[in-house]
Design a protein around this ligand. Structure first.
Ligand SMILES: [Zn+2]
Ligand SMILES: [Zn+2]
Length: 283
């Protein structure tokens, strides 16, 4: 049985466990971020920012355990991002758990709706986007805002740029470098409602179902992504790396690798990271 998995997607490390409907919790240490808490993973307790996609048990069921471990480590309240509709309910739930446990399990909650953006570090921000699931749900896109010299000034000497800048001339355009996005438990329609996902360097995306063992219509009814529909859109993914995860337990991990290698077009397979163990069973 495999334990915590670790893969590389460009400069980002993705660690954790993900089995569709059972549990998903991932950590990207370079962003100081944990995505979902469907299972309590001891090594994730040191991370100060938790990003919850939605309230289903396979994404939130391990949160209490994580908060308990943080308490034992004397860590401050983590910042927990979540869909705004969920925040009041989660606060109440944690209030009750605090009474049961007689230890403060409250969090620094941040309720988000589509388009909200928040600073994480000096040069790093996160934007929430709406995903398409039967309960309130969001995804998260991390980006850096950088100043880029406008084309008409690119031939200027450095000293001249400095002089004009001091004089208050607007020499720069602000551009966003889209670093990493996390989208799970959603219809594939999310790439239409938030097309910049396709341009983000690293896209972590659910692909719960992979072949005829689950009909496309049934996958859509549950608001999940099926490989059949992803293949139809394969040309649109411009990401440097596509991390696929949240695979259903109806597949064995080695089948997941084999099916994706067989079915994805070569140009996309070469950029795809399969977040499933290579052999053995799912955790
Ligand atoms: Zn799920
Ligand atoms: Zn769900």
């Amino acid at each position: 049985m495999a334990g915590v998995l670790e893969v590389k997607a460009g400069k980002y490390t993705v660690r954790g466990i993900s089995v569709g409907g059972v549990y998903t919790s991932l950590q990207v240490p370079e962003l100081d971020a944990v995505f979902d808490a469907g299972i309590t993973l001891r090594s994730f307790a040191g991370t100060d920012n938790v990003f919850l996609s939605h309230g289903h048990a396979d994404h939130i069921g391990g949160l209490i355990g994580l908060l308990g471990i943080r308490g034992m480590m004397s860590k401050p309240k983590p910042r927990v991002f979540m869909p705004r509709e969920v925040q009041g309910h989660l606060d109440q739930a944690l209030d009750h758990m605090t009474k049961i446990q007689r230890y403060d399990l409250s969090v620094d909650g941040v309720g988000v709706v589509d388009g909200d953006d928040h600073a994480l570090k000096a040069d790093l921000r996160v934007r929430a986007f709406k995903t398409h699931h039967p309960v309130p749900s969001v995804g998260y896109q991390f980006f850096r805002r950088v100043n880029k010299l406008k084309p008409e000034f690119r031939s200027l000497e450095g000293s001249e740029i400095g002089r004009r800048r001091k004089a208050g001339e607007q020499l720069f355009d602000q551009v966003e470098h889209l670093e990493l996005a996390y989208a799970t438990d959603t219809l594939l329609r999310v790439i239409d409602t938030h097309p910049s996902l396709l341009e983000t360097r690293v896209l972590i995306l659910e692909c719960s179902f992979l072949d005829e063992r689950k009909e496309l219509s049934a996958s859509r009814a549950g608001c999940h992504i099926h490989l059949d529909e992803l293949l139809e859109r394969a040309e649109e993914f411009k990401n440097e790396h596509l991390v696929l995860m949240h695979f259903s337990q109806i597949y064995k991990p080695e089948e997941v690798h084999a099916i994706l290698e067989r079915r994805l077009p070569k140009h996309l397979w070469e950029r795809t990271v399969v977040f499933a163990p290579r052999r053995g069973s799912f955790f």
